[in-house]
Ligand binder design. Structure first.
Ligand code: PEP
Ligand code: MG
Length: 319
């Protein structure tokens, strides 16, 4: 028999009431993708492409990118691969990206804001991704969307590159929900994005106004804060209203106590750190939607992340 915490092949994660709740892995390399599968991931819900761009004097070529994305898709053996476009910020300078020094890089030129200043890089990345075969496994998402104009602009560029390459397949184009403005605009965004993926690391930082890298504040930066949960619930409800699937790929997706709450708030898939996937899937298989909704509702009524954690611990003492 195989080790109990490994799955020979990823088996669909199905809740006790029959609801499918896919669990994907966050990956940053080819090796990550292969290992993720070994831990039961049903594909990747987040490929951080930064790894290709950092620590080098020039940007990777289109061919280099294409080869990496293809190798990762191959490692996932036909399972979905969600590729996030370059998410670089003022605090992670690239020598070939001339960015002005910023006093508050966390609030500066990051993610899609970099892409808008360097559309050549975004076009090149779109082309490299669109050349993956079969392209039907690929989904693309863009980081730090705060404004519907950003989505429309990127979509326009995407459609141009797709047409130029003669790609006719449907390649979903989604967005990260990690800026409070995107939650406030979620009804509009859900009508034009193919999916949402909630980045709870940045969303928590911006909702609580606490720098995610600040070690002194670290104990207080808890994504289970009811204020953060409220934004997740709002985004998920907007997604549901418009038929837009809503996943979570931030750190909260890897936390067992968060699973019933996120599902109860309407989240439809999770993308987690690979080592936590076996326990996460095992726990989700014991849950049903009714329980999750009750737990989510109770969490939203509480005053703090500590209270939310205590409530979950009372219901599931073993977690
Ligand atoms: C997030 O912000 O939650 C996220 C998944 O993106 P990153 O951690 O790469 O900023
Ligand atoms: Mg982020």
């Amino acid at each position: 028999r195989r080790a109990a915490n490994r799955e020979a092949a990823p088996i669909d994660c199905v809740m006790a009431d029959g609801t499918r709740l896919p669990v994907y892995a966050n990956v940053g390399s080819v090796a990550d993708a292969a290992r993720g599968l070994a831990f039961g991931a049903e594909g990747s819900g987040l490929l951080r492409t930064e790894f290709l761009f950092l620590d080098r004097p020039t940007a990777p070529t289109e061919a280099e990118q294409q080869a990496e994305y293809q190798a990762i898709a191959d490692a996932l053996r036909g399972k979905p691969l969600t590729i996030r476009t370059l998410d670089i910020g003022g605090d992670k300078p690239l020598p070939y990206l001339k960015q002005a020094a910023e006093e508050n890089p966390i609030l500066g030129v990051r993610g899609i804001r970099v892409s808008r200043r360097r559309p050549d890089l975004l076009r090149q990345q779109f082309r490299a991704i669109l050349k993956v075969t079969p392209v039907s496994v690929v989904r693309i998402m863009m980081p730090m969307i705060a404004d519907i104009g950003e989505l429309r602009w990127a979509k326009g560029i995407f459609e141009e590159e797709k047409a130029a390459l003669g790609v006719t397949a449907d390649v979903p184009l989604g967005i990260m929900i990690e800026v409070p403005a995107a939650v406030a605009m979620a009804d509009k965004l859900a009508q034009e994005a193919d999916f949402f993926s909630i980045g709870t690391n940045d969303l928590t930082q911006y909702v609580l106004a606490m720098d995610r890298g600040n070690t002194e504040l670290a104990p207080e930066i808890d994504s289970l804060h009811p204020a953060v949960l409220k934004t997740i619930g709002d985004a998920a409800a907007a997604g549901a209203r418009h038929g837009c699937p809503v996943g979570v790929c931030g750190g909260l997706a890897s936390e067992l106590p968060a699973a019933p709450i996120l599902i109860g708030l309407g989240v439809t898939s999770l993308s987690a750190t690979r080592s936590g996937i076996p326990d996460l899937k095992a726990f989700i298989r014991t849950l049903d939607k009714g329980t999750c909704r009750a737990v989510a509702e109770e969490a939203l009524s509480l005053d703090s992340a500590a209270e939310v954690r205590a409530m979950v611990a009372r219901r599931w003492p073993g977690l």
